[in-house]
Design a binder for this molecule. Structure first.
Ligand code: FE2
Length: 222
């Protein structure tokens, strides 16, 4: 999809700003693809929570680690390490498991199968360790997660759950954090300049990940 050619990468704030605008736009778009939470059946609510859990629980830290292995700038490393410390120290995978368990929505084989193909595509993309596209993908992911928490919490509440630690922790809109993340992206782009060819697709990871998120939204039965 959107390709920014190397000569456009004069790597000033305005390029980063246009990337930020694009990923925010995609995040809004993906969020809008989810069915109205008030109209979901119990099974549809369970499926969305379970597929979200199947994607995030075992992969978020892995992908963040892939981002850490990819980047070269000090700013990007610092920002990713901050995130990883929080994930591991506060055991976010455990927090997500408790959230899914309390909502009676632990992933089943069917849930794992529904996201398998597009999850594999994101894993393979991360494995290429391409610094800027990976960082852009993680920036998109964080922005989307933040936006999605109110929906996820409401789905769980309608499942009879009161266990909201996961959605409370991840739903905070931290503007400073977002600014730092995009500053880290800017620093990384400045370093990675030479490795950009005219066909470098900065949004390849964003596209693969948004396809995967649409699997979370869609009921595989319908
Ligand atoms: Fe987390």
């Amino acid at each position: 999809m959107a390709t920014i050619s190397s000569d456009v990468l004069s790597l000033n704030g305005s390029t980063t700003k246009s990337i930020q605008e694009h990923v925010e736009c995609v995040a809004d778009d993906v969020l809008a693809s989810f069915p109205n939470v008030e109209q979901l059946t119990a099974e549809e609510r369970r499926g969305i929570i379970a597929r979200y859990t199947a994607v995030l629980e075992g992969n978020f830290i892995y992908w963040m680690t892939g981002a850490l292995l990819s980047v070269h700038s000090e700013e990007a490393r610092t920002k990713i390490l901050e995130n990883l410390y929080e994930e591991v120290r506060d055991c976010h995978p455990g927090m997500l498991r408790r959230f899914a368990l309390a909502a009676h929505a632990l992933p089943t084989d069917t849930d794992a199968t529904a996201v398998y193909r597009n999850l594999s595509n994101v894993r393979l993309f991360i494995g290429r360790l391409s610094p800027v596209p990976v960082l852009v993908m993680m920036a998109f992911f964080e922005g989307w997660i933040q936006r999605f928490m109110a929906y996820l919490a409401e789905a769980a509440r309608r499942q009879g759950s009161t266990e909201m630690e996961y959605t409370d922790v991840h739903g905070v809109c931290d503007i400073t954090h977002t600014q730092e993340l995009f500053r880290a992206l800017e620093a990384e782009m400045a370093i990675a300049h030479d490795s950009f060819g005219p066909a470098t697709d900065l949004f390849e990871g964003v596209d693969l990940l948004q396809t995967l998120i649409r699997d979370i939204a869609a009921n595989p039965e319908s």
